[in-house]
Design a protein around this ligand. Structure first.
Ligand code: FES
Length: 150
């Protein structure tokens, strides 16, 4: 990650230790994950111990300390989606991307996760990519949907 960008984010928050979480959220938003060198820079400039930053970065689900793909794919395995064939949706996404849940591909294109409910059960089975919901999903429609992302 470009350290100038990290510095800009820190400057935007006036280098305040009290803005630590907001600084981390902005870095996460700009880069999709929190690289070690970015955390080192935040620790140094905000004068916050690195151990405290690491604790926050690994505790909150909003943060990732490992590389994430440019596109987050979520497959719902909640009850309503499960009874409508969610496992076949997951199998097909796994076949197409080569990923297991929790993994990111080497091109950092997709990160695949399973979730327990996306709050739109009537549309099940549901796949969500970058916040866009694909409802009433069928295995045959998945390749076409994923083609829209690069
Ligand atoms: S169970 Fe899948 S959206 Fe609710």
């Amino acid at each position: 990650m470009d350290m100038d960008k990290v510095d800009q984010i820190i400057d935007k928050h006036n280098c305040e230790a009290s803005s630590l979480i907001q600084v981390l959220l902005d870095i996460q938003g700009a880069n999709n994950w929190l690289p070690k060198e970015a955390l080192d820079r935040v620790a140094e400039r905000l004068q916050v111990p690195l151990t405290r930053i690491q604790h926050i970065a690994t505790f909150y689900k909003a943060f990732s300390v490992v590389p994430k793909g440019r596109h987050g794919v979520h497959i719902c395995l909640g009850t309503a989606c499960h009874v409508r064939g969610a496992s076949r949706i997951l199998d097909t996404v796994q076949d197409i991307t080569g990923l297991n849940p929790g993994e990111t591909d080497l091109d950092l294109k997709f990160s695949l996760e399973t979730v327990n409910c996306l709050g739109c059960c009537a549309l099940g089975p549901v796949m969500e990519v970058d916040g866009k919901v694909y409802g009433k999903m069928a295995p045959a429609k998945i390749a076409d949907a994923l083609k829209n992302y690069d």
